[in-house]
Write a protein that binds this ligand. Structure first.
Ligand SMILES: *Cc1c(COP(=O)(O)O)cnc(C)c1O
Length: 369
């Protein structure tokens, strides 16, 4: 089983197995050492060496000219959309189930005056190309229409369970954008998960994109931060907007040092995360009363459906698991979301499966272990 700790009374206690998200990872000892030893300076003045090192490295890995460290994925997407849509009343085409549209406070509208035009997200995270094209405004209608300037994709796609957009699909959206004089932004909060699952080099995967926002504090396990990448011109404008939004940070190298360790050490662990997610999915699907669409588990996210005639529901199951040191989140009344990251072991997965099995059959409270 997973690591054990000794509590005050000398009892052995299992550590908490936290699978609410891949944002819950704790910085590793190597990260903390790197943070303590980071060489820093004022990054608003542009000379924090560790921040510059991270940005150079991320631009190289992503195959773009330049990069910028920002505090969060939300700010990374906001800055990117606003740089591409620098005229108020611009319109962006994005998925109706996308993170930018649902979970970012509508910032592109409230702060940027950008109008969202949603297109239906399919179950695999794509939007149909003909629907995207149909949503592009005819510039001849500029007297009444907003002006389309940007298309946003999300890869992997969070709300559809971490499913991946293929390089062929992204290239085709890129061609469509070019044909209509639009920019393409990828919300790549989990782009390394997608690249790993697809076995495509990450720079190739985002080749068609004008900008990408990459979270360092999801599966990569850094404590804080996102990097946006794009052309030198894009990053120059992004840097000004970051300051406007209050995201200029001073000795930020302490954070970038951890992020550098994350990129160096944890990208290669994503493959194991995906294996563990699959293992969990297959195991859960064998439990009477639960259903997992295994083919939809492409990366590190598992959605478990609880049969409506079961004796439990999502809230009850999460509560029972919580009492046994396992944290997961309900997604709706009969659906639970479980997210794997590098601090979840095979043993954790096996323990979780046995607890869920017992919880669903109502046997968990009688015998815990
Ligand atoms: C987490 C996430 C973000 C934003 O991340 P924050 O750092 O929490 O602001 C953006 N897009 C997707 C798909 C995400 O999963």
């Amino acid at each position: 089983m997973g690591d054990v700790a000794i509590d005050k009374d000398g009892e052995t206690m299992r550590r908490v197995i936290d699978m609410r998200s891949d944002t819950v990872t704790k910085p590793t000892d190597t990260m903390r050492t790197a943070m303590a030893n980071a060489e820093v300076d004022d990054d608003v003045l542009g000379n924090d060496p560790t921040a510059l090192r991270l940005e150079t490295e991320m631009a190289r890995i992503m195959g773009k000219e330049a990069a910028l460290f920002v505090p969060s994925g939300t700010m990374g997407n906001l800055i990117s959309v606003l740089v591409h849509c620098d005229v108020r009343g611009s319109e962006v085409i994005l998925g109706d189930n996308s993170h930018i549209h649902i979970y970012e406070n509508g910032g592109i509208s409230t702060l940027g005056g950008v109008h969202p035009r949603t297109v239906k997200n399919n179950e695999d995270g794509t939007m149909d190309l003909d629907l995207i094209e149909a949503a592009i405004r005819d510039p001849r209608g500029a007297l009444v229409y907003p002006i389309t300037r940007l298309i946003c994709l999300e890869n992997s796609h969070g709300n559809t369970g971490g499913r991946c957009l293929s390089v062929e699909y992204i290239d085709r959206v890129g061609e469509l954008a070019k044909k209509h004089g639009l920019k393409l932004h990828i919300d790549g909060a989990r782009i390394f998960n997608a690249a790993t699952a697809l076995a495509v080099p990450v720079d190739r995967l985002v080749q068609a994109a004008d900008s990408v926002s990459v979270c360092l504090s999801k599966g990569l396990g850094a404590p804080v931060g996102t990097v946006i990448v794009g052309s030198t011109n894009f990053i120059t404008k992004a840097k000004i907007l970051r300051k406007t939004l209050g995201g200029g940070m001073r000795q930020v190298g302490v954070l970038c040092a951890a992020a550098l360790v994350a990129v160096k050490e944890n990208v290669k662990k994503l493959e194991d995360d995906h294996k563990h997610a699959k293992l969990l999915a297959v195991g859960l699907n064998k439990i009477q009363g639960l259903h997992v669409d295994i083919s939809a588990v492409e990366t590190n996210i598992v959605y478990v459906n609880i049969c409506k005639d079961s004796s439990t529901n999502a809230a009850k199951l999460c509560k029972t698991l919580d009492e046994h040191g396992i944290l997961v989140m309900p997604d709706d009344d009969y659906k639970v979301r479980i997210v794997i990251h590098h601090q979840i072991t095979v043993n954790d997965v096996e323990y979780t499966l046995s607890c869920i099995q017992k919880a669903v059959t109502g046997a968990l409270s009688e015998h815990v272990e």
